[in-house]
Design a protein around this ligand. Structure first.
Ligand code: DX5
Ligand code: ZN
Length: 229
């Protein structure tokens, strides 16, 4: 039996939105069902791209009451994680590969009042989380190598989702499973059927001709996956 604490959520990534119109992106997501706002933070060191920092998160916070889900693709996330909470992030995720003391950093994020997430790159096995279960609220499996939007989905992550779902069921700890990278209507149902609860989608939402319709289509594909689970 799979542990499913919530109906699946969509996390559109504003990395793929028009950066001169971020308030419009927030308005769009605010008018959609079951969406949280995924914010991709990149430092040019952990990943080969530089994107958004705390001042932008603070500005987003002033514009919306929606959940701000900050995915930190940065080295030494312990230096900045609490800065993002102070800026207004509701959820903060850090990469397991970037922090030798992620257990401590996850605890600090929770202590500061945010949900703590742990992220695994495509090459990191889910077993890396075995001894961290109970220390995080959600686990994010990357289904592309992080750094850019618009990349192709790595199918092997489906098996990782199944193994992580089995891990949480075995442990009896209802953390959420999030998947990020190359998500679209072609794989959303299979991901949810495998155990995913939150799907990140950048290009599939913001590069669509009608982003609101794209959100509806993704949610419908996810709901079909729930029925298969
Ligand atoms: C990749 C980011 C993703 C990405 C998703 O490094 O973490 O959130 O922007 O974009 P798509 O859905 O276009 O792969
Ligand atoms: Zn992301």
């Amino acid at each position: 039996m799979s542990l499913r604490p919530y109906e699946p959520l969509l996390a559109p990534s504003i990395l793929s939105a028009d950066f001169t119109r971020l308030a419009d992106a927030l308005t769009l997501l605010g008018g959609a069902e079951r969406c949280i706002v995924h914010v991709d933070v990149m430092d040019g060191r952990f990943v080969p791209n530089i994107t958004i920092g705390m001042p932008v998160v603070a500005a987003l916070r002033r514009e919306t009451a929606q959940i701000l889900d900050c995915h930190l693709m940065i080295t030494e996330p312990s230096r900045y994680a609490l800065e993002f909470v102070k800026a207004g992030a509701d959820w903060v995720s850090i990469h397991q590969e970037a922090d030798p003391h992620c257990h401590r950093t996850l605890g600090a994020i929770r202590q500061a009042g945010a949900k703590a997430g742990i992220v695994l790159n495509p090459g990191t096995p889910v077993e890396a989380l075995t001894d961290l279960v109970g220390s995080f609220d959600y686990a994010l499996l990357m289904s592309v190598n992080p750094g850019f939007g618009g990349q192709s989905f790595i199918p092997r992550v489906l098996d990782k989702v199944r193994r992580l779902d089995a891990m949480r069921t075995g442990a009896g700890v209802p953390f959420l499973i999030q998947v990020d990278g190359g998500v679209g209507t072609d794989n959303a149902g299979a991901l949810v059927a495998a155990g995913a609860d939150v799907l990140v989608a950048g290009n599939a939402v913001f590069k669509a001709g009608d982003p609101l319709q794209a959100i509806r289509d993704l949610l419908a594909a996810m709901d079909a996956g729930v029925r298969l689970a």
